[in-house]
Design a protein around this ligand. Structure first.
Ligand code: HEC
Ligand code: HEC
Ligand code: HEC
Ligand code: HEC
Ligand code: HEC
Ligand code: HEC
Ligand code: HEC
Ligand code: HEC
Length: 498
């Protein structure tokens, strides 16, 4: 009996020693092997803050008991997917704020490109292939993985052989098999996990670029970006959040304005939605308040500006006064295209407790009034500028929203809607869409965003030539389509052609 107890104690001691050894011994068993297996990873880790504070390989990679991604590896139960749930024990604030931001909904938004409509197959390499429901990917899951899902995040599953399916993927709103969403490595690459890296515009520019959301390019051409390019390498990037301020950098980066604790005036946040007064990515823009995010109410355009475009487009008075709100709704997209994902990640005790409207994707500081959110942004600007400079600049940008809303709605009501209502483009579809649909998509999704984003982030070339101007060109083309398609239909009818 005594000997049995002694044995048990010895076993316990050896077991816990192994755990501690695995975690904290300088000759960590993971490192001794991985030094030669993956020397790059070990070097990045050695240079990271984590190595200085004893956060070793097995501290992060030790699989939680209930994690389906865990596997046996040289005597240890490890996971290759170190999800936000694993960082949470030490960084609860960052994980919570990330969860409360629209960033964590990024994967929901792109489920139209994930959902397989027919012929799903997992290949021998654990890659899912097949036809999906998204025409922009040419209905291909293969392209979606390399495109949409690379930025937005895919659904990672564990195969029957224990291998991960659709991995690697570091998309912002990745669905993890342990029930969590997202990946912190979207901005803090493994294994440096560095604040300095995440503060630089290149971290955001991995995804925030290109024809439909060229924030990186806008930043590059802005005065802020020019100063960063000229002098950024000499700035202090490593200062802890809260202490970072205008004495460390001369011009702001994406992170400074949208996330950083800066100059002691505003708290650091991982909720990128917490400082936004407007929705600038949907077809029409509206303030980020509950009623508009839920789509309960339409948003009014400045009547004087609306009237200007009603006259210009020869539309009945009052027809350009209000724009639709609330869309796109990430939860509706999930329900429609991947109901199994909706069920797995939305509901009591799950990642999202509730998921009906776009409003439900925003929590915490993102639920404050649009004015309170704007006030935080202004606190950042006024560390370097006078308040009249800042308010003057932002007021100019806000007027652009009214003009954009009126022009986009004008093009839609005057040209696009009649084409669709009269079914004029039925015969000219490719991949299920006509050139008219593509044109309307580019008008708001590409040109309209460039116009609005350019105005708010000091990118004049994007606001004008890639934005407002291109929209005029495409609006004219839409007018032309209506005329041409009506003529075609009349000629066909006269000739008795189908
Ligand atoms: C005996 C040597 C050895 C030890 C000890 C070891 N590993 Fe590995 N590990 C490897 C090899 C070999 C690979 C495969 C590398 C490859 O595929 O190129 C690997 C792969 C991995 C992977 C990637 C898994 C995948 O599916 O691609 C992770 C994560 C990992 N190891 C973590 C750890 C951790 C954490 C420890 C310590 C608990 C550890 N390893 C200990 C040799 C070792
Ligand atoms: C702070 C937590 C953390 C620590 C410490 C850590 N890792 Fe990782 N590791 C991650 C994350 C996060 C990923 C990215 C996995 C994913 O989400 O796809 C990763 C990925 C990996 C991979 C697979 C990636 C690839 O490029 O093949 C290997 C192998 C790995 N880690 C080994 C190690 C080793 C060895 C150490 C110790 C020197 C270590 N890790 C320390 C968090 C950590
Ligand atoms: C066991 C606890 C622990 C875990 C797990 C952990 N960290 Fe850390 N992390 C720390 C500590 C301690 C620091 C140092 C804080 C300091 O210097 O003030 C740190 C620092 C950081 C920093 C700041 C580095 C810098 O340049 O200043 C980042 C970013 C970070 N961790 C990200 C992560 C991510 C992402 C994960 C999950 C993949 C993770 N950590 C997992 C304990 C942990
Ligand atoms: C891995 C891709 C990726 C990276 C890296 C990335 N983002 Fe995003 N971001 C997205 C996607 C996708 C969306 C749109 C979908 C969403 O918000 O859910 C988005 C949305 C946003 C929004 C709008 C949120 C809202 O409420 O409308 C802001 C602001 C933002 N990101 C800022 C940043 C900043 C600042 C960085 C860098 C520090 C960054 N992002 C890095 C993919 C990324
Ligand atoms: C290069 C990275 C990237 C790719 C590829 C990409 N997106 Fe995005 N997506 C983003 C970013 C960044 C945003 C945020 C845009 C902004 O706020 O200006 C976004 C925004 C969105 C939104 C609107 C989110 C909102 O808050 O309203 C939807 C929906 C969307 N993407 C779906 C898709 C689909 C579907 C695909 C593929 C057909 C795709 N995206 C391809 C990065 C990407
Ligand atoms: C959109 C990019 C982005 C993502 C995604 C992101 N971070 Fe960060 N992180 C940053 C930036 C930028 C900073 C510096 C903030 C500042 O300047 O105040 C930072 C700072 C940190 C710090 C240092 C905080 C301190 O007080 O020293 C930790 C820890 C951290 N992040 C953890 C995480 C964890 C955990 C996740 C995943 C849930 C994550 N980050 C996801 C951009 C990101
Ligand atoms: C000088 C501060 C500043 C810098 C630098 C900056 N932004 Fe912005 N950004 C803003 C402001 C102000 C808005 C409009 C906010 C609002 O909605 O009221 C905005 C809007 C956005 C939006 C649109 C969110 C929405 O409403 O849909 C995204 C996405 C974004 N920024 C990402 C970035 C990225 C990525 C970078 C770096 C490449 C960047 N920003 C650099 C201040 C900045
Ligand atoms: C870290 C300091 C810093 C922050 C924060 C900052 N700026 Fe600036 N900004 C500068 C500097 C420096 C210049 C260059 C001034 C000059 O023209 O000589 C500048 C220039 C500008 C310009 C002039 C652009 C041009 O092309 O001439 C505008 C407008 C502007 N900032 C607006 C803002 C707004 C709005 C915010 C907040 C959303 C902001 N800034 C945040 C430092 C900052």
């Amino acid at each position: 009996m005594k000997r049995g107890l002694l044995l048990l104690i010895t076993v316990c001691l050896v077991f816990s020693a192994t755990l501690v050894y695995g975690a904290y011994n300088p000759t960590d068993p993971c490192i001794s092997c991985h030094d030669t297996v993956t020397p790059g990873i070990v070097k990045q880790w050695q240079e990271s803050k984590h190595s200085k504070v004893g956060v070793k390989c097995y501290v992060c990679h030790r699989a939680k008991d209930d994690d389906p991604a865990g596997f046996d590896h040289n005597g240890y139960r490890v996971t290759a997917l170190v999800t936000p749930r694993y960082c949470q024990s030490c960084h609860p604030k960052q994980v919570k704020e990330f969860k409360e931001s629209l960033h964590s909904a990024a994967g929901l938004f792109s489920l139209s490109s994930y959902a397989i409509s027919e012929g799903e197959r997992v290949t021998a390499d654990n890659i899912t292939i097949g036809k999906n429901k998204n025409y922009k990917t040419n209905f291909s899951r293969e392209t979606a993985e390399a495109g949409c899902l690379h930025c937005h995040g895919t659904v990672i599953k564990v195969g029957k052989d224990g291998k991960l399916i659709n991995w690697p993927n570091n998309g912002m709103g990745r669905f993890n098999p342990d029930g969590s969403v997202g990946t912190c490595t979207a901005c803090h690459t493994r294994h440096a996990f560095s604040v300095a890296e995440a503060r630089k515009p290149e971290a955001c520019g991995q995804c925030h670029l290109g024809p439909d959301h060229p924030q990186a390019e806008i930043y590059e051409e802005s005065k802020h970006g020019a100063i960063f390019a000229a002098k950024g390498e000499h700035w202090n990037w490593d200062v802890p959040p809260g202490q970072w301020g205008p004495e460390d950098i001369e011009a702001p980066t994406c992170a400074t304005c949208h996330m950083s604790g800066f100059g002691g005036a505003v708290e650091s946040t991982h909720n990128v939605s917490a400082r936004l007064k407007w929705e600038l990515e949907p077809a029409f823009s509206w303030p980020t308040s509950e009623k508009y995010l839920k789509g309960d109410e339409k948003f009014s355009i400045d009547p004087e500006i609306a009237q200007r475009y009603e006259k210009m487009y020869d539309l009945p008075e009052g027809s350009l006064r209000k724009v639709a709100t609330g869309l796109p709704n990430p939860f509706a997209i999930a329900k429609k295209f991947a109901p199994e994902i909706y069920k797995a990640y939305v509901g009591p005790g799950k990642w999202w407790e509730k998921g009906d409207t776009r409003w439900d994707a925003l929590q915490g500081d993102a639920r404050r009034s649009p004015e309170a959110k704007r006030a935080d942004m202004v606190k950042v600007c006024t560390q370097c500028h006078s308040s009249s400079w800042v308010n003057g600049e932002l007021a100019k940008a806000e007027k652009v929203i009214d003009v954009y809303n009126a022009v986009a709605l004008g093009i839609k009501k005057k040209y696009y809607d009649p084409i669709k209502k009269e079914g004029l483009d039925k015969e000219i579809k490719f991949n299920g869409k006509s050139e008219v649909d593509t044109l309307w998509h580019e008008i708001w999704h590409h040109e309209g965003r460039r116009w609005r984003m350019g105005a708010f982030m000091q990118g004049p070339d994007y606001a004008l030539w890639h934005g407002s101007y291109e929209m005029t060109v495409d609006g004219a083309e839409m007018a032309n389509w209506l005329d041409e398609l009506r003529t075609r239909a009349a000629v066909k009818k006269k000739l008795g052609l189908k």
